[in-house]
Design a binder for this molecule. Structure first.
Ligand code: HEC
Length: 147
């Protein structure tokens, strides 16, 4: 191996170690950072039962339950624990503008790369998104993810 070749091999080795070559993000890689995901997790603030009940109706009526379950991975992310993974703000953006999030938000981009499905915009209002988030918080509470 001459000098130049050795250098190339070394640089390639560094690039691969840093994850440039692989494309897929390994599970022990640091989680992607999103400007919407800074601060307390959604599940750290309280939910109201009356909102959660309305949110449950929306979760079924707006088609979320066709793709998402709790404690079980259907074709899309398992929503169990999502309220401790994300902020309320991030979840609102994901619910209201999923088609923008998978293009611009680092976390949503990673999810898209994993599930290879685009979450559709289900046309919720912000108020409806908040009701659904209260339902998801209630679920996490029942599942013991939120104390
Ligand atoms: C066609 C299937 C589908 C439907 C319907 C759908 N989603 Fe999704 N959802 C996805 C996929 C796929 C992702 C991952 C991001 C992507 O690839 O678009 C996702 C991501 C999410 C996330 C983030 C999950 C995480 O681990 O961070 C939340 C929260 C979410 N969806 C809530 C909802 C809600 C609430 C509804 C109903 C208003 C809904 N979704 C409807 C497929 C769906």
């Amino acid at each position: 191996m001459n000098r130049t070749l050795r250098w190339c091999a070394a640089i390639l080795g560094i690039a691969l170690a840093a994850g440039c070559g692989g494309g897929k993000v390994s599970s022990d890689a640091p989680a992607a950072k999103s400007p919407y995901d800074a601060g307390p997790r959604a599940g750290e603030s309280p939910f109201a039962n009356v909102f959660a009940t309305k949110g449950e109706v929306l979760f079924k009526g707006k088609g979320c339950s066709a793709c998402h379950a709790f404690g079980q991975r259907l074709t899309c992310p398992d929503l169990k624990g999502v309220t401790m993974r994300r902020t309320s703000e991030w979840m609102q953006h994901q619910i209201l503008h999923p088609e923008i999030m998978t293009k611009e938000d680092p976390i949503a981009k990673e999810l898209f790369a994993t599930y290879m499905t685009q979450m559709p915009n289900q046309g919720l209002t912000q108020e409806e998104a908040l009701l659904v988030i209260d339902f998801i918080k209630k679920k996490d509470h029942e599942l013991g993810v939120i104390q």
